[in-house]
Design a binder for this molecule. Sequence first.
Ligand code: HAM
Length: 480
Amino acid sequence: MAAPNRGRRDRVTASQRGFQKRLSPVTFYAASPMFERPRGTNDWGPEDMAKRRFVESRFVQLAESFGFREVSTPTFESLELFTAKSGPAIVRELYAFKDQGGRDLALRPEFTASILRFYVSDLRSRPKPLKLYSTGNVFRYEEPQKGRYREFSQVNAEIIGGAALPSDAEVIALAIGTMRAIGLKQVKARIGNIGILRGFLPFASADQAVVLHSLDKRNFPMLDAELDRLGRPDLSKALRQLVELSGDVSVLDQAAKILGSEASAGFEYLRKIADLLDAYGVSRRDYAFDMGVVRGLDYYTGMVFEIDSPNLGAEKQVGGGGAYNLAEVFGGERIAQTGFALGLDRLVMAAEAERATEPPRPLDAYVVPIGEGVQKKAIEVLTSLRAAGLGADIDLVGRGPSKNLDYANAIGARYAVLLGEKELKASKATVRDMASGVQREVPLADLVEAILSRPAARGPEPAKPKRRAAGTRAVRSRRR
Ligand code: HAM
């Protein structure tokens, strides 16, 4: 995976690069000598993209199987969409700009606000619940570090208009299920209820937000200063105790004791979520109840959750979500909304750390025309392979057969299809298994089938070529 953009100061040296190569299959892209990537952005090479697509496709497959449907919204929105709930202070965390018409715009920092805007303007009349998912890049003006970028990608799901409890359980099941579908073993979700905390804080929403922010950051001096300012220093002890509570369902009883009977419905709600998650087959080992899950975004109203991948270090939070209210803020009706986003970049890092990514699909066939005059026929053969759904490529450089086989080896092609005039006259091709080096003649009519079949095993009597095809030389066997 490419590292975030490094300035001149912290470019890696050749010896560091060698060391990093031994440690992990990280690809380091040197900054262009003329232009550097903007800070906090990444280039993704073919190997990175194969991993990213693999991870994304696992989410898409699972979300579709859960009945979610894809929607797409603009990459930039009016700035107001993001300040409407969070206030003007959010602007310093955004890529906000004026366009040439003087409009205040911002690159989306997430999908949720855009999807709820879309819902309120165009999707309200659709049958409920609406189950919508999106994938793509989002932008936040943050201090970049490993796993924290200014442009990153999320996979996102929202349920609008379901009953709160089953919808909340459904989104948690999809979030944890996605991580399992990727093959991640280390999944640790923390489930809380910000509705309980809001109910316990008898303040106007702006003051509530400051108190919740200090709890989110575990900044207790700030918490005490705020509670003093608001004339309720007495709440400090209970809040501190509460946010430190994390564990199995038994912590719900402990939390209920701290907050008293008024909060009991909120804890009962979490118990019911645990029961539903049992029915989804989500292991209780995969999550804890954690009263300290406060979330950084202001719109959450009820159940909230975060998911960590413990071996990612400082930026171990791979996802988060919960129940919220934005439809009303955007001029719509009061309706249940819940959802989550997983950070794709961090999911891929977690998959790499657990070696859960799949190797990219190799090219099935690399067509090697040998000699003048066979090019057109070679393209016809290539086109028939592609039409059969195979991944097929052809020499575009005009190399000799030996160099072409080196190239086929370097790009990891499964087979080379050698087409010389003699073969073509007999309507045949020489098919070379690039892993074993075994070659055989195959009638053109059977070529697709021959390539679709598993690579020839190195049996006791391999069909050794009597001589190498013209101009070829031994090709090192390739690690698959
Ligand atoms: P969020 O917690 O702000 O939630 O972001 C979700 C995930 O995006 C994080 O857990 C993290 O993996 C990833 N992420 C966040 N910031 C960065 C960054 N700077 N670099 C790399 N990855 C990052 C939301 O965005 C909500 N919209 C989720 C939601 C949907 N809630 C309800 N519906």
